[in-house]
Design a protein around this ligand. Structure first.
Ligand SMILES: [Zn+2]
Length: 149
């Protein structure tokens, strides 16, 4: 039974009580009082259920709002990353087949060239490739391996 139906039934019960009082019929008064209490409890239980539903919905809304804010921040970060890459780097494939993003002229202060891991760039990360044990190999610290240059 919904709340409107319960209220309608409650009003009918009140009318029954009025009739019982008017007739001074103790049995009708007792019956009406019992019906009134039953409807009162039903309405009270529905109010408790609605309160719980409202609380659950409020929690879901707060969670969704937080998730939307996280997504907006991630979108902003990815847009900034994409703009940085487009402005300062170009995709480059070495003669051995290794593909990286290398800095455009004028990006580094000393005129050198810096290299970014292409796999990391595609994932929205900016990871500088560094020489490790061999000067002709670059290493991605994010686990994308060694790149021969
Ligand atoms: Zn990488």
């Amino acid at each position: 039974m919904d709340i409107a139906g319960a209220l309608s039934a409650l009003n009918a019960t009140v009318e029954l009580m009025k009739n019982a009082i008017g007739a001074r019929d103790a049995n009708k008064l007792t019956e009406a009082h019992s019906a009134f209490r039953q409807k009162y409890i039903e309405i009270q239980n529905q109010c408790f259920a609605l309160t719980e539903t409202c609380r659950t919905l409020a929690e879901e809304k707060a969670s969704e709002t937080q998730r939307a804010m996280q997504l907006e921040r991630e979108i902003a970060r990815l847009r900034c990353h994409a703009a940085d890459i487009a402005e300062n780097y170009e995709r480059w494939t070495f003669s051995f087949g290794s593909t990286v993003f290398r800095s455009k002229p004028g990006v580094t202060l000393n005129g050198g060239t810096e290299y970014l891991c292409a796999n990391c760039v595609e994932r929205g990360q900016k990871t500088y490739l560094q020489p490790r044990s061999h000067a002709r190999e670059l290493h991605c610290p994010e686990g994308h391996g060694q790149l021969r240059i």
